[in-house]
Design a protein around this ligand. Structure first.
Ligand SMILES: [Fe+2]
Length: 315
């Protein structure tokens, strides 16, 4: 019989012991211990408890086919980044080029020849020429790996969000050559704000945080025998590298985006005039499961260009 606060925790943990699956038992027991410790440590009031229950319910209510508020708040609290870093780089003991998948990957982007442009309709943003290299943990090139890439326009919008962009604009799939290399042309992406119309917005406002992700290009690298790697390479010149709203930026993923000008240096494509950029990055993949995740989105939005809402970071 429960006669004190401590008895509640003991009673719940005793019931957890009934779970047949050992891993489920372990996860549930830790969750109960930490949740109860949180209530004790904070002396959580009844009103605060009601408020938190409302926030959790709202996370689910705002989640749909094209938006996942639960994943967004996990990122905004650093949980996604922690899970990623703990499960890659030899169990978190080495630097890794793995990163968050993000909500904007679409399956089936067009397969392209090495060096091809993935700019499929007139798109704001300077040209950028990207060269990547995929190696294993011993530094040996991985040939024949599929590399699916995607990025925003110079206005910070993915094609699926922006009806003005062609289907699959700034998306493409490449295959590494015998040296593990691949290359392509796109436009230099811009940073973009994460949605703040729900609990994530309330969280950021409460802390005086901005809602920007630094500019980045996404990479999804897969080959049978290797763990599928989601990666993002962030622009070294972005002002928000240290304050990514999703805590995704790691030292291993700050890419050197180098600015050039055709006045002094011709671009790889002679048709380019003026400012252009280049980026080279090396990705290290590990042995493991090569399956692909379920795509978080399936198609393009129709109608108006979405209105982006920006939060300022308070000093
Ligand atoms: Fe992104």
């Amino acid at each position: 019989m429960i006669t004190s606060p401590d008895d509640v925790t003991a009673a719940v943990l005793a019931e957890v012991e009934r779970a047949r699956d050992p891993r489920t038992r372990e996860l549930l027991a830790a969750a109960v211990r930490h949740l109860h410790a949180f209530v004790r440590e904070t002396r959580l009031t009844e009103a605060e408890f009601q408020r938190i229950a409302g926030i959790v319910a709202r996370l689910g209510q705002l989640t749909s086919e094209s938006h996942n508020e639960v994943v967004l708040i996990a990122g905004s609290l650093g949980v996604s980044s922690l899970v990623c870093l703990q499960n890659n780089g030899a169990g978190g003991t080495h630097e890794t080029t793995a990163n968050l998948l993000g909500p904007f990957w679409r399956a089936g982007s067009p397969r392209e020849q090495d060096g091809a442009s993935i700019v499929r309709s007139p798109t704001p943003g300077d040209p950028i020429f990207v060269t990547g290299c995929v190696v294993d943990a011993d530094g040996r090139p991985v040939a024949g790996a599929e590399v699916d890439v995607w990025n925003t326009s110079g206005e910070g919008l993915y094609e699926n969000q922006d009806p003005r962009q062609a289907e699959m604009n700034l998306r493409g799939t490449f295959v590494t050559d015998s040296g593990g290399r691949f290359s392509f042309r796109t436009v230099k992406p811009a940073g973009y704000p994460i949605p703040v119309n729900g609990p994530v917005g309330d969280l950021l406002r409460a802390q005086g945080r901005h809602n920007m992700r630094p500019a980045h290009i996404h990479f999804l690298i897969s080959k049978p025998g290797y763990k599928t790697q989601f990666s993002q390479v962030y622009a070294s010149d972005d002002a928000n590298l240290e304050t990514d709203a999703q805590f995704g930026v790691t030292a291993a993923l700050v890419g050197s985006y180098v600015q050039h000008d055709t006045a002094t240096e011709p671009a790889p494509d002679p048709g380019v005039t003026g400012t252009w950029h280049s980026l080279e990055h090396r990705f290290v993949i590990e042995p493991g499961d090569s399956s692909l995740p379920k795509p978080p989105i399936t198609g393009k939005a129709t109608g108006e260009v979405p209105v982006q809402e920006f939060l300022e970071r308070e000093p």
